[in-house]
Design a protein around this ligand. Structure first.
Ligand SMILES: O=P(O)(O)OC[C@H]1O[C@H](OP(=O)(O)OP(=O)(O)O)[C@H](O)[C@@H]1O
Ligand SMILES: O=c1cc[nH]c(=O)[nH]1
Ligand SMILES: [Mg+2]
Length: 211
């Protein structure tokens, strides 16, 4: 597994406002959307392309276009849904699948409550969207499901990660074709499994709910 922390002043600036507990839900959603687009620019550096011949108004030339099959983008509901628009703005022709997952806040174990994506992902590049990589349970389960369906290149885009979760992913997905792109690897997890300093519960902050 590879991890790429996007070190950019605009990313750091937006992340700081996102962390601020005074930031309201509409602003949180807008910032998450903007951050994803910045992270996605880095995350798609290895998106598969093929050469095409075109004619500019001046001359014949060659360029590139996205290869077939198109990449699959999979937001993990609920909070990952707030990252979908920012991602498909960069990859408008990507196919979109959905995984609904919830972490049991007592046991911190992830449970899947909805799956809607192609059965066969052989040879597909997949971009998984989830703002928080905390214990890593959610992303490990999600990525194992994608690999079981045949995905051969998986990139997880997370706004924040905890070192403990990164370690779990490195152990559980050792040797798997997986990359994590994040804006920050924070200090640690607290006793409730929340990222410190983090930003709180991403889903609640995004949608203005408490659970
Ligand atoms: O790395 P983990 O310890 O598994 O935790 C991370 C998960 O927790 C949050 O989702 P949550 O379960 O709160 O669901 P929600 O998006 O519906 O709020 C977050 O969006 C991740 O999916
Ligand atoms: O800090 C955390 C950890 C898990 N899920 C969240 O939304 N936030
Ligand atoms: Mg939540």
């Amino acid at each position: 597994m590879r991890i790429h922390v996007v070190d950019h002043p605009l990313v750091a600036h937006k992340l700081t406002t996102l962390r601020d507990k005074r930031t309201d839900s509409p602003t949180f959603r807008r910032l998450a959307d903007e951050l994803v687009t910045l992270l996605a620019y880095e995350a798609t550096r290895d998106v598969r392309t093929e050469q095409v011949d075109i004619e500019s108004p001046v001359t014949a030339t060659t360029g590139v276009k996205l290869s077939h099959p198109r990449p699959l983008v999979v937001p993990i509901l609920r909070a990952g849904l707030g990252m979908l628009d920012g991602m498909v703005r960069l990859l408008p022709t990507a196919e979109v699948g959905f995984l609904g997952m919830i972490r049991n806040e007592e046991t911190l174990k992830a449970e899947t409550y909805a799956t809607r994506m192609p059965d066969d992902l052989s040879g597909r590049q997949v971009y998984v969207l989830d703002p928080m990589l905390a214990t890593g349970g959610t992303l490990v389960a999600a990525i194992n499901e994608l690999i079981a369906r045949g995905a051969d290149d998986v990139t997880a885009i997370c706004l924040l990660a905890a070192p403990e979760g990164v370690e779990v992913m490195e152990r559980e997905l050792a040797g798997a074709p997986v990359t994590v792109v994040t804006a920050s690897v924070d200090e640690r997890l607290n006793e409730d499994g929340y990222i410190v300093p983090g930003l709180g519960d991403a889903g609640d902050r995004m949608y203005g709910t408490a659970g």
